[in-house]
Design a protein around this ligand. Structure first.
Ligand SMILES: N[C@@H](CCC(=O)N[C@@H](CS)C(=O)NCC(=O)O)C(=O)O
Length: 269
């Protein structure tokens, strides 16, 4: 019995295999490129927070389909058959046998996988606060973010990605991007952003902050952080300044707490 336990312990020893993570992310045109997509940030913030080593591979918008399908990742169908983030998990056995490769193709799956395999520091995935945070953001801020952040993302993208953006997004918007942005402004995007920041900061402060549940980080905090990084990294400067101003002290504490716990430590690599 004892030797069986030892045998099992040996199998579990970290030196018996190595695991490498590669995060596929969409670059900005900055040098070095910066991470800007809210979907990718849902995964990247978890990697950073847990201080898990990983590499970044930057893939421009028009190349996502080409690169992912070449890796054998099946299409998800619809308007966006292949998306980022994607995380490749390569496990190499110590005995030199073939590495095993696994692809995680959705940000929530990546985040959950990391939380299960790297439990410390923990992120609470079970609390209903996550759903509440996402629903509150969607109901109060998403529309203004679409108008004032998403519509201007092409300004930070490299040329080929910006061209892809201009080719694909008007199909959802049913009109050229600049008309869509104006339509959102006419429908009150700025006012909605201001009132939405009030609602979201009330939620952030419900348990005294800095996070939704107080000191404990939940996936709901990560989801909100990711949306705000979309504005900070992918949107015009004036939008980010307005968000910071309307968010006030509660919002500042929320961002600072994530800065201090490492979630924002890697933006560019
Ligand atoms: N539910 C997915 C959504 C990912 C997603 O929509 N990613 C966008 C980037 S922000 C994408 O890769 N789009 C590819 C395209 O537009 O062709 C997730 O969170 O992983």
């Amino acid at each position: 019995m004892e030797s069986r336990i030892r045998q099992l312990q040996n199998q579990l020893k970290p030196e018996t295999m190595t695991t490498q993570y590669t995060l596929f992310d969409i670059p900005t045109k900055a040098d070095p490129p910066r991470s800007w997509s809210p979907n990718v940030w849902n995964a990247r913030a978890v990697l950073n927070y847990k201080k898990v080593p990983y590499e970044t591979e930057w893939v421009e918008y028009p190349d996502i389909r080409v690169r992912l399908s070449a890796m054998g990742i099946p299409s998800k169908g619809g308007l966006m058959p292949w998306t980022l983030p994607m995380m490749r998990v390569t496990t190499t056995p110590a005995d030199g046998s073939e590495p095993q490769i696994k692809y995680l193709t959705d940000s929530a799956d990546i985040a959950k996988f990391l939380n299960e395999n790297h439990p410390d520091p923990a992120i609470d995935f079970d609390s209903p606060i996550t759903d509440e945070a996402v629903k509150t953001f969607n109901a109060n801020l998403m529309d203004s973010f679409v108008g004032l952040v998403l519509c201007d993302v092409d300004l930070v993208l490299p040329e080929r990605s910006a061209a892809y953006f201009h080719e694909t997004r008007p199909k959802w918007m049913m009109m050229p991007i600049k008309y869509f942005k104006q339509k959102k402004i006419n429908e009150g995007a700025w006012e909605k952003m201001e009132s939405g920041m009030k609602v979201i900061t009330e939620l952030m402060n419900k348990n005294g902050g800095p996070f939704l549940q107080g000191e404990k980080v939940s996936y709901g905090d990560v989801r909100l952080l990711a949306y705000f990084l979309w504005a900070r990294e992918g949107g015009p400067k004036e939008v980010w300044e307005k968000i910071e101003g309307w968010g006030g002290e509660v919002f500042q504490r929320f961002m600072k707490a994530f800065e201090e716990n490492g979630a924002l430590s890697r933006v560019t690599y």
